[in-house]
Design a protein around this ligand. Structure first.
Ligand code: NAD
Ligand code: UD1
Length: 342
């Protein structure tokens, strides 16, 4: 919050996994929010849950970002001090099969959003980028200044959007933008009322583990144990979604004080192997996770973790929660909601 000034933020994709947790933190911190979401990968039930957690009412527009007329109407009906832009498709494999859907939804959606923002003179944006823009050539810890490359259409949309946002800030010095490169968000709100609710078979490690623990899946496939890592399995920088949410508050605050385009990694700076995650999960939740070692998943890299120096120094943000807490909270969400938001 900027002094005593009341802030109202537009949250695109606010019904999604990371958006919903960030909305909770924003409401708890005194921000007003308006959500735009077309529910293509979320359910209206999440809004009720956020309202129960925060005891606040939220204004939601069921609008597709690419619908410029409807989006402009949202801007006409509300005054916004800035936008936190989560809306997008995020499944790597799907993006390889349906690249045009990804370019259309992610890139065109953002283009429409930026145009409407420019027209309505809302010039502060925080964007959900991804560590995937570091590609497969850089050595961890990954630093914001490293050269970028991508290995799939999803990653390319993130890279393209970062470039688009940067160009907008170059062209108009009134703009302030922060591109946040998330590492691997996991966990859930400590209430267990909101969390990650993947459609179908989960692609990512933690939702797969929680579904094994609840008995929906028989065992976890561990994709490769012959990487050059401590135990041969892939190493990633897992970050609690509530830490990530907090990072967005800091990032928005940063846009109020700094013009131009800025990039920050949001990770813990620590890597955990797949087998370590399984052990943490079993200990934190007193469950058993049967697993089988299988061949490597195409496109995976051995190790990926963040350099967190820039976020610590400039955003004054640091992840607080450890793997134990991430597992506990992920499990509370899954065990209280075996079928997600259904
Ligand atoms: P999510 O799918 O849970 O949330 C995205 C939300 O955006 C959904 O509610 C969906 O319905 C909505 N949406 C999508 N396209 C839309 C459109 N055209 N118009 C309106 N609403 C639309 O995903 P998430 O995990 O919360 O991720 C949020 C953002 O962070 C995404 O941009 C994602 O690419 C990025 N990101 C996620 C991860 C991750 O592991 N979850 C990692 C790095 C980056
Ligand atoms: C994936 C995406 C990446 C995205 C990130 C965060 C791919 C190829 N990459 O990264 O673009 O930014 O999610 O959302 O999808 N694993 C198993 N068994 C499983 C699932 C995963 O062993 O059933 C392993 C993987 O091989 C990897 C680790 O667990 O070593 C983490 O995998 P995952 O959760 O899918 O995240 P990333 O691959 O890091």
């Amino acid at each position: 919050m900027e002094g005593d000034k009341w802030m109202n933020l537009l949250i695109t994709g606010g019904a999604g996994y990371i958006g919903s947790h960030t909305v909770v933190r924003l409401l708890e911190s005194g921000y007003d929010v308006v959500i735009v979401d077309n529910y293509m990968n979320s359910k209206p039930e999440v809004i009720k849950r956020i309202e129960r957690i925060t005891e606040k009412r939220i204004k939601v527009y069921e609008v597709d970002l690419r619908d410029s007329v409807a989006l402009e109407q949202v801007f006409c009906e509300n005054h916004f001090d800035g936008v936190i832009h989560f809306a997008g498709l995020k499944a790597v494999g799907e993006s390889v099969d349906f690249p045009l859907d990804y370019y259309d939804n992610n890139v065109v959606g953002t283009l429409v959003l930026l145009k409407v923002m420019e027209k309505c003179q809302v010039q502060n944006i925080v964007f959900s980028s991804s560590a995937t823009v570091y590609g497969d050539k850089n050595q961890s810890p990954l630093v914001e200044t490293m050269p970028l490359s991508t290995t799939n259409p999803y990653g390319t949309t993130k890279w393209m959007i970062e470039e688009m946002i940067k160009d907008v800030t170059y062209a108009n010095p009134n703009w302030s933008a922060v591109n946040l490169r998330y590492f691997n968000p996991i966990g859930a709100h400590p209430s267990g009322m909101i969390g990650e609710d993947p459609n179908g078979i989960p692609n990512n490690l933690m939702p797969y583990i929680t579904q094994v623990a609840i008995g929906k899946r028989d065992y976890l496939s561990v994709f490769g144990n012959d990487y050059d890592t401590i135990d041969g399995t892939g190493v990633r920088d897992y970050i609690h979604v509530m830490d990530l949410a907090e990072g967005h508050l800091k990032a928005f605050d940063y846009t109020l004080k700094h013009k131009g385009c800025h990039v920050f990694n949001l990770g813990t700076g620590k890597g955990h192997s797949v087998l370590e995650v399984i052990r943490f999960f079993e200990k934190a939740t007193k469950t058993q996770i049967p697993y089988q070692i299988e061949k490597r998943r195409p496109g995976d890299i051995a190790t990926c973790y963040a350099s967190v120096n820039k976020a610590e120094k400039d955003l004054k943000w640091k992840a607080k929660f450890d793997m134990f807490k991430m597992c506990e909270d992920a499990w509370r969400w899954q065990s209280k909601n075996p079928n997600g938001f259904e």
